[in-house]
Design a protein around this ligand. Structure first.
Ligand code: 13P
Length: 246
């Protein structure tokens, strides 16, 4: 049985004060025990989640990390620093990091391996561009991202995959729930072929891209969609709460 995960990706939004107000707003929020709620916060806000860990039910993590544990890497953040602040998750390979920051498949693969070695759960993002979808290459592209991202990774780890079609991110154009299901099922089958069916059946696969309160339920009702990765709609605690209680 896969526990559903609703994760908010705050991207480069919120100061520590805003993070503190947000987490207090969610303090009395209720949700089913069969679902997990997490926020992927800017590095500077992680300390706020750490301070609230005794009473907050919200899991948390970072949006990026270095593939090295320490060293002369100005501006980078080590997985050990994230662990010290109680992070459970780390996003790896978000399309904004691939496209805007130029992250390569090789860098993404190194980050996934390092996160797993250190005991962080990677939320490994994959997804095709509009051009790739229009050319009928969406599955080919996603299969390639999965193969390269997981090179040298053994099965059995706690891993989350997020399918986020690039054209649906921040555009208000969500994928059709049935199309998202098709791709998530394709990802699960690919994992089954690369590893084993048993582990593939345990990996949680999320959909991300313009998830809102009025479409979350439809995505969540699909067999192979185990949760949502929510950008813009996770910034307002009341809106995020209604997605969590889809
Ligand atoms: P939006 O929900 O704003 O489309 O962003 C999706 C996303 O990139 C989550 O990682």
């Amino acid at each position: 049985m896969r526990k559903s995960l609703i994760a908010g990706n705050w991207k480069m939004y919120k100061t520590t004060k805003e993070a503190r107000d947000y987490i207090h707003e969610l303090r009395n929020a209720d949700w089913d025990v069969d679902r997990e709620v997490a926020v992927l916060a800017p590095f500077t806000c992680l300390t706020v989640f750490h301070e609230a860990r005794e009473w907050s039910r919200v899991q948390y993590g970072a949006q990026n990390m270095s593939w090295e544990k320490e060293g002369a890497f100005t501006g980078e953040i080590s997985p050990l620093m994230l662990l010290e602040l109680g992070c459970k998750y780390v996003l790896v390979g978000h399309s904004e990091r691939r496209q805007v920051m130029g992250e390569s498949e090789e860098m993404i693969n190194s980050k996934i391996k390092r996160a797993l070695e250190c005991g962080l759960v990677p939320i490994f993002c994959v997804g095709e561009t509009l051009e790739e979808r229009e050319k009928g290459q969406a599955e080919k592209r996603v299969a390639e991202q999965i193969r390269l991202g997981l090179q040298g990774v053994s099965s059995g780890h706690d891993l989350v995959v997020a399918y986020e079609p690039v054209w649906a991110i921040g555009t208000g154009l969500n994928a059709k729930a049935t199309d998202a299901q098709e791709m998530c099922s394709f990802i699960r089958q690919a994992l089954g072929r690369m590893y084993d069916q048993k582990w593939a059946g345990l990996v949680r696969i999320l959909y991300g891209g313009s998830v809102k309160p009025d479409n979350a339920g439809e995505f969540m009702s699909q067999d192979d969609i185990d949760g949502a990765l929510v950008g813009g709609a996770s910034l307002d605690p009341a809106v995020f709460r209604s997605i969590v209680n889809y």
